[in-house]
Ligand binder design. Structure first.
Ligand code: HEC
Length: 139
């Protein structure tokens, strides 16, 4: 009896170890990093890379985001030029991802804008906001 108990305990320990190695289903989404750039990296991977590529290189029918195009391409539905970070954030927030346009929060769109600017080698402040974004020019 005692031996049976011991082996049952060992088996359940092994089972617990196996379960903890298995992919966990987590109903609460993991908390995003605190700094905007890192949040942008995570969000880009989750919501944008599938179409625009891991490094913003683009894919068939989906424009490259690095380099970032200031003026809309021929045939684009985009009507505004990206003269500043504010323009880019407004566009992303209102239009991307296309099938869920308008789903990004203001903060998510700022984080993604920070990421896109830096990917395109444009210096962005650590904390991009509605107050400083108009000063960040896109060449
Ligand atoms: C389902 C595919 C898809 C996903 C996902 C997607 N995009 Fe796009 N994106 C497009 C297409 C297509 C265009 C071109 C739209 C146009 O010009 O009419 C575009 C255009 C853009 C542009 C403007 C590029 C230019 O040169 O005009 C930016 C910036 C952008 N996307 C950012 C994002 C961000 C940030 C995300 C993630 C939140 C995202 N996109 C997710 C397909 C996608």
């Amino acid at each position: 009896m005692r031996r049976w108990l011991w082996s049952a305990a060992a088996a359940s320990g092994a089972l617990a170890a196996m379960v903890s190695c298995a992919p966990q289903w987590d109903p609460v989404p993991p908390k995003l990093p605190d700094d905007p750039w890192s949040r942008g990296v995570v969000l880009y991977g989750q919501k944008c890379a599938g179409c625009h590529g891991e490094d913003g290189e683009g894919s068939e029918d989906r424009p490259a985001l690095a380099p970032l195009r200031r003026a809309p391409a021929a045939g684009s539905e985009r009507k505004t030029a990206f003269a500043t970070a504010a323009d880019l954030q407004a566009y992303v927030r209102a239009n991307m991802p296309p099938l869920e346009a308008g789903s990004l929060s203001d903060d998510e769109a700022w984080a993604l804008t920070t990421y896109l600017l830096r990917q395109a080698d444009i210096a962005a402040p650590a904390e991009l906001t509605a107050k400083n974004a108009a000063q960040v020019k896109i060449p």
